[in-house]
Design a protein around this ligand. Sequence first.
Ligand code: NAD
Ligand code: WQD
Length: 362
Amino acid sequence: MEKKRVLIPGGAGYIGSHVVYTVLKTGKYNVAVVDNFHNSKPEAVRRVEQLVRDESGDACGDVELIEADLRDAAAINKVFADRPANDRIYAVILIGALKAVGESAEIPIEYYDVNVGGLLNLLTAMDKHDAKRLVYSSSATVYGAPETIPIPETTPMDPHSPYGRSKQINEMIIRDVCAAHPAWRAITLRYFNPAGAHPSGYIGEDPCGKPGNLLPLLAQMAVGKYREPGLKVFGNDYPTPDGTCVRDYIHILDLASGHLNAMVALDDDAKFVNAKNDGKYRAFNLGKGVGMSVLNMIDAMRKATGYEFPYEIVGRRPGDVPNLTADPALAEQELGFKAHHSLDEMCRDLWNWQSKNPNGYS
Ligand code: NAD
Ligand code: WQD
């Protein structure tokens, strides 16, 4: 069977590398990764290729790695234009973006330039070269601080940062494109909190510098880094069972598999009959539907790593919201998506990656 080529901008990053792995493992697709390595290394893609080949041999697809910046319209157009007729881009999974909430408030122009400008360059090239299938990486951050928990997709978007607004704007742009042109089909995936790694420990999250996010920080502390001045828990006066913030942590391989469900749904017109005026456009949560507090996660990582994680409670971190837990029902009903991995598996796999690669890919 001839394999179709899927373009994955951002495929060298944390989520991207696991999505590339998952897409290749089907044996149905070849992949082209576009990345400028702003927050990643080519080594991640090399390892994905190696891992898939070790596991599946020649049955899996191949990977082209193209160093290019999403802001460079000519380079992005070239990715689609410079291809033989039997190897056109069939669909795009747009993962590449700037993603740090705090930083986005400091350099909003860069965030809109990469995230929104990058999407526009991509849509333009996709339109021109008749590659009109898109899966888009959005975030639970578009919901802001919703009152209804678990959060259904019908919750109005109310992001609190330039980063979150770039996701909201992009969702609206993609919806408008689908509404205007019947040939376009797109699915937005609103990720909750991805964590963990492939169980081989061969690929995983490799943040630059001290991690700002909880799980990668705990993993690096367990391996001996950043132990001073100690872990700070940002607030225990939230309206949650133990007073610390609650999040919906989802194993990275579950999250990655959701992209396959979306790819299949893109070709199923029945999935879009409820989209009404949006053409063939839908948005889905990718979460487990289980809320875990900061203290729950410290306990789970203590169990996985054996490290005690001494911590102190400090004031709230600006921008944090009490509870972001997905209602996963729509994705289950319509995409057949379900997150299967347990919390313990997530922490075990994160620790396996971190302990085998204390310095990430370097
Ligand atoms: P990441 O930084 O590991 O991956 C992003 C990739 O995009 C990196 O490889 C980076 O080099 C690349 N990139 C950045 N700017 C680029 C540009 N101008 N041109 C080409 N490539 C560029 O981040 P991640 O955690 O894997 O996140 C991936 C996506 O998922 C992002 O869209 C992010 O907003 C979204 N998301 C992430 C989380 C999370 O907790 N990690 C949660 C919700 C949504
Ligand atoms: C989780 C909880 C912190 C560090 C972020 C983005 C979100 C999405 C996913 C992209 C919070 C607490 C953390 C620490 C702590 N990314 N914490 N001490 O904030 O839920 O989500 O990543 O779309 O947009 O905001 O994740 O891991 O940073 O924090 O107490 O040193 O851990 O306050 O309650 P968050 P996180």
